[in-house]
Unconditional design. Sequence first.
Length: 270
Amino acid sequence: MIPADLAALETVVRTAAREELLERFRHTTRHEKADGSWLTEADLAMQSRLKSALAERHPGIALLGEEMTAAEQQRLLVEAGVAPGDEDSGLWILDPLDGTSNFAAGIPLFSVSLALMRQGRIEAGIVFDPIHDESFAALRGHGATLNGAALRAAAPGIPLAKATACIDFKRLPAALAARIAATPPYSSQRSIGSVALDWCWVAAGRFHLYLQGRQSLWDYAAGSLILAEAGGHADTLDGRPAQLDLVPRSAVCAADRRLFEQWLDYLRAS
């Protein structure tokens, strides 16, 4: 894939999101899935729309979507891992509506996350916020962009005590969540309800720090590449390398190396 291909793909995602998500925003009902998360008609419509559009443009690349069974997702990952490493092979990883709870409640913070995985690594990623018309994108080795303009994670030049963090307390280990609540090392925290946007907002400097205890492959695939290509830093809580599989992972992020190291020191302190 080349930058021009990525730009064309952004247009496909933008168009689909405007027609499938925005048309249904505040006009759809939600249903609880077996895992307790929410599902709306918009999730299914967006996944179907992009699956068809991508198959037409790239017939040799399969799609793994959040709204598939775990067995089907695992099969696609296995097949992608043994496929030849040519330009026609690979696997799309899609979260058709990241922030379904926000969407269903009428909160205007949600996104579409699409990544391309080849030979065990993410090669391209797009996260589109249709409400604010913001398209974050990255191509491995070519940097990250926001609506086509270069996106570079800048050092905020502030101490840890003055930083703004994005924290999802719900999915953290209880002891760690209690310690952060009791003795936060930063100035203030937020949680916006879309993991893919969390990563991108760190890359854009809107958050200085990020912590999330449990996210799935389709949540972080695109956003993690965007942050990395913007020059940001990420790791897992336990320091184990993140694997591109169906096992949920934690995420610790910061745009600035100095803040990142201080944040990790605090989180990993006994």
